[in-house]
Design a protein around this ligand. Structure first.
Ligand SMILES: Cc1ncc(COP(=O)(O)O)c(C=O)c1O
Length: 488
């Protein structure tokens, strides 16, 4: 047997899985063996049972179905005889690896035909310049694997059961401590809610803070992920322009009282990269306080700053409990971890907990345990310390590459912080066309114009530099230069 056949065969259709295809009706005139035969044959023909897939033994299936073994044996015999199944003494019964075409045509089954073209698969960050991808090549895999394995071995029945929807107590404590120290967030562990990444944090904010028809102010240009999460429950987006000081709070105030919340990325505005000035922060907090509105602060990549000292979080300046703070481990560790957190003002805690339980209850306890050890034993801080000079070098490589290969065609708008750089294309160059051409050549980027809701859009590229070493970034920048030159 080939390896792939062996792999396929290792997938056994367990009795309970198969039961869904065998709704037996004991009062029907059709004999039981015929009903079992029809159900299995249909499941094979419509692809629910796949070629090479193992099916349960006749004894096991009879037990699951609460019938005697005889009708099951009769069915298996017939399907073997007709070529739907393949049986090997001692190794079990399988769906025939290659079903003859005449069998596939035997039953006019409704194969699942997608109603529309499936979305292209996300490249998952393998291509240079994909924004927001951290240095996955430098992640301490062996250490992480040891920590996860240690906890997997030590799982007790208590840990394997339902836990606190707020998240693991010890992890909440560790996160609160980290945020107070590193981000000047004013919080207690009792305000920290662990979620499956900031995307789910934003969905929770939408369901707790916004009713259908409410307006939510978003940055223009802004983060498309936040727009989709915040409008998911029927709120309307109110774009507010971003300038060199961050969101224009005067323009926000002019929108009136239907605005219930404002979403901002004050430390490192997505996509333009500016940080919100202290004056604007105070004005925004004042707006929220006077209107009884909420501020959703997305602090998604504040760990990395290259030109000046890291700024504290807006939340830390809030004296009235109007800020809901959102953070994530996607950039500091890795996105597939899917762990993020909210710091919730005490008066909103119960509402967030209700929404949390209705949502996905809580993220995997195993990863929460591993993460807690990472934070408590200092591995997290060490990893950040190691990443800072590494990202600084990758950023420098991108700046040098752009200077060398894209001079006059692409200018850097901001590269002060984070894992991506905002650049502007020379007038007349369409960013979506450039990105399309980049994709054809094995690169990618986010087109700045796609971050706008209105028609006044700037054309530019968001270039991620976190995920590739300096040499790869240099080569990729050369390729980008050729693309932009060809198009100009
Ligand atoms: C502004 C901003 N917020 C949040 C996120 C997503 O974070 P998460 O992976 O935790 O959902 C991103 C990802 O790129 C982002 O750019």
């Amino acid at each position: 047997m080939t390896t792939s056949a062996a792999n396929r065969r290792s997938k056994v259709a367990r009795g309970p899985d198969i039961l869904a295809h065998l709704p037996l009706d004991r009062r029907a005139r059709v004999p039981l063996h015929q009903q079992i035969y029809d159900g299995l044959r249909r499941a094979i023909l419509n692809g629910s049972l796949r070629p090479g897939q193992r099916i349960p033994s006749s004894r096991a299936l009879a037990a699951e179905l609460h019938v005697s073994r005889l009708p099951v044996l009769m069915t298996y015999d017939q399907l073997l005889h007709e070529g739907y199944l393949d049986g090997r003494v001692g190794s079990g019964t399988f769906v025939r690896a290659s079903l003859p075409d005449d069998l596939l045509r035997a039953l006019p089954v409704a194969r699942r035909t997608p109603s529309e073209t499936p979305r292209p698969r996300d490249e998952g960050g393998r291509r240079p310049f994909r924004a927001s991808v951290p240095a996955l090549d430098q992640f301490p895999h062996a250490l992480w694997a040891r920590v996860v394995a240690r906890h997997a071995h030590a799982m007790t029945p208590e840990l394997m059961s339902y836990g606190d929807p707020a998240g693991l107590g010890s992890l909440r404590t560790a996160i609160a401590e980290h945020l107070r120290t590193a981000r000047a967030v004013k919080c207690e562990a009792s305000q920290v809610l662990i979620v499956s990444g900031s995307q789910s944090a934003l969905r929770l904010c939408a369901s707790v803070l916004l009713a259908r028809g409410d307006h939510v102010a978003v940055e223009e240009p802004g983060y498309p992920g936040a727009r989709s999460a915040l409008s998911a429950t029927g709120a309307e987006l109110a774009p507010v322009v971003v300038d060199a000081d961050g969101m224009d709070v005067a323009a926000l105030m002019a929108l009136g009282s239907r605005v219930r919340a404002a979403y901002v990325t004050p430390s490192h505005q997505y996509p333009l990269g500016v940080s919100m000035t202290a004056t604007r922060r105070l004005a925004l907090l004042d707006w929220a306080d006077r209107h009884g509105a909420w501020i959703i602060e997305d602090d998604y990549d504040s760990e990395y700053r290259y030109v000046s000292r890291p700024l504290g979080a807006l939340q830390g300046m809030d004296g009235h409990g109007r800020v809901v703070y959102v953070g994530t481990f996607s950039k500091a560790l890795f996105p597939a971890l899917r762990v993020g957190y909210l710091v919730v003002p005490p008066q909103l805690w119960n509402d967030f907990m209700d929404a949390r339980e209705a949502f996905d209850v809580f993220p995997s306890t195993l990863y929460q345990l591993a993460l807690e050890v990472f934070l408590r034993e200092g591995h997290f801080a060490r990893h950040l310390r190691r990443m800072r000079p590494l990202y600084a070098a990758r950023r420098a490589a991108l700046l040098a590459g752009l200077e060398r290969h894209c001079r006059g065609l692409l200018t850097v708008h901001n590269s002060d912080a984070g894992l991506h750089m905002a650049t502007l294309l020379r007038a007349g160059l369409d960013d979506v066309t450039v990105v399309r051409r980049m994709t054809e050549r094995g690169l990618t980027a986010t087109a700045l114009s796609t971050c706008y809701t209105g028609s006044r859009r700037r054309s530019g590229l968001l270039l991620g530099f976190g995920g590739w070493d300096a040499r790869r970034i240099g080569d990729a920048t050369g390729a980008l230069g050729r693309i932009v030159r060809d198009l100009s």
